[in-house]
Design a protein around this ligand. Sequence first.
Ligand code: NAD
Ligand code: ZN
Length: 361
Amino acid sequence: MKKLSVRTATKEYPVITGSGALKEIVPLLLNMKPAVTSLMVISDDNVAPLYLSDVTAELSKTALPVYDHIVPHGDQEKSFQNYFSCQTAALEFGLDRHSVIIALGGGMVGDLAGFVAGTYMRGIRFIQVPTTLLAHDSSVGGKTGINHHLGKNMIGVFHHPEAVIYDAEYLKTLPQHEIRSGFAEVIKHAIIKDRSFYRYLHENVRSLDDLGYGTRLEEAITKGIQIKAEIVQEDERENGVRALLNFGHTLGHAIEAELGYGKWTHGDAVAAGMLFALRIGASVYGTSLIEDSEINEWLQELGYPQLPASLSPEKLLSRMKKDKKAHSGTVKMVLLPEIGKAEVREVPDPLLIEELHKFLA
Ligand code: NAD
Ligand code: ZN
């Protein structure tokens, strides 16, 4: 088991990873000040049949009342309707200002439950218990929220958890395409901030099976969280370096929107976005990284899909311009002068269109 600490301007909280991490939740809850009055687990209907009874059995050891509320699975369920159903359940169960919400699930449950906690009675405490690999990214950093039909993640609050309890054992039931999706964000964290972690992953993870469920996977999770935590620590509200986490996401988000949300996993879209950002980097800096083709081949070996040639470069560009992070109509992208170093650069439209045509060919 490993314990790291995430520190931000407003809060410090532990991230406990490793097999059996759930055992840490009882002492944690019993030591919280002010004393906890009741608990509500929020989960989805894929995760609940697998892990809810284990988690509630463990939580019962606190002798506190334990309630649960299950929402349907899938990113489209990160909705106002489910937000409202969680609030109704919390009121019906009689949760008060000292109750604690437990988010048991992937990033969808974490974002939804975090937003419920962040706004119920003007904000109560919550704990993240992630069950996906992607959630190494979503469970730290304090961003919570829901989707609106006019845009993903458009409504939310910054609200940090009291703790993240991450037992990699839960990932054993995760479908392989979800492992691949989460691993794209691990690769992203390595590429933008830590060259030696990138080399480690490249040498040791030649297929997703190589990740396994032991030390290597745990290492990927802890290191990924560490990098994310360092960046968030420096810039909680995304005024500067936090934007580097957007590597691969400018085109990635455009792909997700253009294909229709849910057609590709987030990580598959980010993987394609990272390759595109490397190409743009090569053009902007006038030199390609020696790792460019290495990363390209590696992502293919890992099974990340190729973009369908039917996608329109013009439509993708117009989506990229609508990105929350675009300013005054010019696309900003995270580019890499070298592996482990990233920076935000404005990229002119003609270059984007030219490269998109080549990328889709
Ligand atoms: P998810 O929570 O929807 O989980 C993916 C699928 O796997 C779901 O069908 C889920 O029911 C199922 N599942 C989860 N755990 C399982 C397990 N252990 N065994 C079997 N099935 C399991 O998606 P995700 O990929 O974890 O997260 C994506 C979400 O995270 C998106 O909503 C995205 O916007 C958000 N996100 C937030 C942040 C942030 O900073 N807050 C960062 C990145 C992503
Ligand atoms: Zn992402």
